[in-house]
Design a protein around this ligand. Structure first.
Ligand SMILES: *Cc1c(COP(=O)(O)O)cnc(C)c1O
Length: 406
């Protein structure tokens, strides 16, 4: 089939929820993708911050193939080998205590919200607290941030601060209010005696690449501690080494009560997780409260486990740290050189260039024509979330192809 035929067939049978770029990718090697016509693209999108190891990593592929031949799925009714290995590695890297594996980031958010609500419920309804047969209304309110993104299911959408995404699907989950990101007073103003959790991305991704300011994140942590509110950090996009530490919050010295993770966690195998600290895990979800048929199956966990091994072997986190100043210099130079690039924001390999006075989509399209995959965010931000294994020469080549697209 020709690429046009693939596109036509896609539009005929696949529900049109994406305006896709007119490219049909066939394979990947390292940090390059190849389309069905043989054209190569330098990939600074990594499947939306997913393919951290680059394409065609042989050790990763071999581990998946080996697990396929052994055992793909058994359900969560039984123990298996890869699950505890993956969970232990993720807990160690994150500093969290308990892991629940999901199939996506959105589901990780759902689980995080349920865990928080159960924790709040037990505060009011622990065994022996109320008269027999009585339940007290729990603290159910959740504070989320404007311009946040947490996913598209009803729960995740309810805490996503983008009215445009929410509009057609009301009524959503109740008890959610929105505060201004990086504005501690605004968060304080939303706290009531019914607040159960505050949820935020350590670095906002879809909302336009906004890192949390240090005072803000520490301030939110302190507010949570003072009021016995749980802090949920969504590290789905900014976690797994992307910002130069295993998880972005570690650079702030802030540990959440609940963390969510996905995207690069399986490097392409669909898997996410929510993680609880000891305090939350002790008084939260128990058998019967939450479940998933696929979540954390042997295949997904073999992927997670291998991703952690390869991150260690290839020193991926250190590599991001070392190369970040160079990437930032190159992007700063572009922002200096071109009037329509008015700012650079970001952390590590999660960078955004603010574009003013021309449509970002046009630049993204031109870049594709020039063999470069870049993404946009929040309408006017050019988003760069490359594989974490890029080298200096890839950054140089990105700059050449991007400039040709201006
Ligand atoms: C992508 C993303 C999600 C949703 O993850 P899916 O795997 O698409 O369900 C949630 N939160 C953040 C910060 C994300 O970037």
């Amino acid at each position: 089939m020709t690429s046009q035929e693939y596109m036509d067939l896609t539009e005929q049978y696949v529900l049109h929820t994406y305006n896709r770029f007119p490219v049909v990718f066939e394979k990947g090697e390292g940090v390059y993708l190849t389309d069905v016509d043989g054209k190569e693209y330098l990939d600074f999108g990594a499947g939306i911050a997913v393919f951290a190891l680059g394409y065609g990593n042989q050790a990763y592929n071999d581990a998946l193939k080996a697990q396929i031949d052994k055992l793909i799925h058994t359900s969560n009714l039984f123990y298996n080998e890869p699950l505890p290995e993956a969970a232990a590695k993720l807990a160690k890297a994150s500093g969290m205590d308990k892991v629940f594996f999901t199939n996506s980031g959105t589901e990780a958010i759902e689980g995080a919200l349920k865990a928080a609500r159960k924790y709040a419920y037990l505060k009011k309804n622990a065994p022996g607290k109320n008269a027999a047969g009585e339940t007290s209304e729990a603290n159910y309110e959740i504070i989320a941030m404007e311009h946040s993104f947490h996913g598209r299911s009803v729960g995740a959408l309810s805490v996503t601060g983008n009215p445009h995404y929410q509009e057609a699907f009301r009524p959503l989950m109740g008890g959610v209010s929105f505060a201004k990101f990086n504005d501690l007073e605004s968060v304080k103003a939303q706290i009531t005696e019914r607040t159960c959790a505050i949820i935020l991305e350590t670095v906002q991704g879809e909302g336009g690449i906004y890192p949390a300011e240090e005072d803000f994140l520490r301030g939110v942590r302190a507010l949570c501690d003072e009021n016995d509110i749980l802090l949920i950090l969504d590290e789905i996009q900014c976690g797994m080494g992307r910002t130069g530490s295993w998880f972005a919050c570690q650079q702030y010295g802030v540990q959440p009560d609940i963390m969510t993770c996905a995207k690069a966690l399986g490097c392409g195998v669909p898997v996410g997780a929510f993680l609880l600290n000891e305090k939350t895990a002790r008084a939260s979800l128990v058998p019967g409260d939450h479940g998933t048929t696929y979540g954390g199956n042997p295949f997904a966990c073999a992927a997670v486990s291998k991703v952690f091994d390869l991150f260690e072997e290839l020193h991926v986190v250190e590599h991001v740290q070392e190369l970040t100043p160079y990437l930032e210099q190159q992007l700063d130079a572009l922002a200096e050189k071109y009037d329509f690039l008015t700012a650079r924001r970001g952390k590590g390999f999660m960078q955004g260039l603010l574009v003013e006075g021309r449509p970002v989509g046009e630049i993204v399209n031109r870049a594709l024509e020039n063999g470069l995959v870049v993404l946009s965010a929040e309408g006017n931000v050019l988003r760069l979330v490359p594989p974490l294994v890029i080298e200096k020469k890839d950054i140089d080549e990105m700059v050449v192809r991007l400039e040709a697209s201006f």
